[in-house]
Design a protein around this ligand. Structure first.
Ligand code: SAH
Length: 352
């Protein structure tokens, strides 16, 4: 059976499903899930992420986390964690760059939060020699200082979509028409969790809500508030969700999210306001990725690396710097949010 047939059979038996239920099956179904059946990253895959574009990204993230660790008294031991580590490239760059910070790597318990067994295996190869420990859920993070990064993790969490109708909301749900999956609108219902959105929407407006975002952020924030630490959350999105941002990418092109379930990467923009509402600790200003990386010195780092290069590798470095920082590339679309304890300063690159 294909995932498509499986989902259609389930809908025929139990009725239409939310976009979140569909996304969860498409991405992480134990047999057919997108992340379970492949390594989707890079030129040969479906999408490319910042750490896959250049080592500079992970190096600067590492130095920001390590400086924050120093500023908070260099606690030892501490958890160095990544949520959704993909190929492990970002963490490998963090660990290499922070070797220069005395005591940091030695004090770190390396924990990777990863749902996909396939990607766990890739991460194990990339990080051979560093003895990472894998967990599936942030609630398994130990009660000790936590320094965490999540790049393009929250965008992969399932979302629900709602269309405003009076004082209620009609959920967009997936049903079956003939042999095809099709989106329809459920009856209008009150949604207490969306009460604050009655102020800034009118009839017909569409908003998105990510049910897993709040509990995950609350757990990360609780560890930081109780034990010290910091989190850098990097993703595409903005303050408050508005409009349909649900998208499918296959071989670097957009496709219909309802076509070929399990074969395309499904994501939605991250609502940064929802992250700040859920976090029980201090949070920074939401900062464009380009500004964040420039503040951390990406241009100087690029110049240092460029000094040893010529020809194609030099062109690639210049283009990587541009892709990561330029406002018309990833520089503005991607935002960075820092979480930290109320008594500490935000991680370098971010401000209050
Ligand atoms: N951070 C990496 C990869 C981003 S892709 C990079 O920047 O290159 C999204 C990652 O999150 C993948 O590793 C995927 O398997 C993981 N993931 C998606 N949903 C998850 C979930 N619910 N729990 C844990 N990991 C998840």
């Amino acid at each position: 059976m294909s995932l498509d047939a499986l989902i259609r059979a389930r809908i025929r038996a139990d009725g239409p499903i939310s976009i979140a239920e569909y996304m969860a099956d498409c991405l992480l179904h134990p047999e057919y899930g997108y992340y379970v059946t492949r390594d989707p990253l890079g030129a040969a895959g479906d999408f490319t992420t910042a750490p896959e574009i250049s080592q500079m990204f992970g190096e600067l993230i590492g130095l920001s986390l390590a400086q924050s660790w120093l500023d908070q008294g260099a606690p030892s031991p501490f958890t160095l964690a990544e949520a959704g580590p993909g190929r492990g490239t970002l963490m490998a760059d963090i660990l290499r760059a922070t070797r220069a910070v005395p005591g940091f790597v030695e004090a770190a318990d390396l924990i990777l939060i990863e749902a996909s067994p396939t990607l766990r295996a890739v991460q194990g190869e990339t990080l051979a020699g560093h003895a990472p420990r894998w967990i599936s859920d942030v609630t398994q993070l130990p009660e000790q200082p936590l320094f965490l990064v999540a790049n393009e993790f929250f965008d992969a969490l399932p979302i629900r979509q709602f269309v405003r109708d009076g004082a209620g909301w009609r959920e967009r749900r997936i049903g079956v028409q003939g042999d095809q999956l099709e989106i329809g609108l459920a009856q209008a219902m009150p949604q207490p969790a969306l009460a604050h959105r009655l102020d800034d929407t009118v009839d017909g407006d569409l908003i998105e809500e990510c049910p897993a975002l709040a509990p995950i952020t609350a757990t990360i924030g609780q560890r930081i508030a109780a034990n010290s630490g910091a989190a850098l959350i990097i993703d595409y999105g903005d303050w408050r969700s508005q409009g349909d941002t649900w998208q499918a990418l296959r071989h670097h092109d957009r496709t219909d999210p309802l076509r070929d379930p399990g074969q395309a990467d499904l994501t939605a923009h991250v609502d940064f306001e929802a992250l700040t509402i859920a976090a029980p600790c201090a949070y920074s200003r939401v900062t464009p990725q380009g500004v964040f990386l420039e503040r951390l010195g990406i241009t100087q780092r690029a110049q240092t690396l460029a000094a040893g290069l010529a020809g194609d590798p030099l062109e690639q470095l210049i283009s990587a710097h541009q892709r990561l920082t330029h406002p018309e590339e990833m520089g503005n679309l991607f935002k960075v949010l820092g979480l930290y304890p109320a008594h500490a300063a935000p991680p370098p690159g971010l401000n209050v």
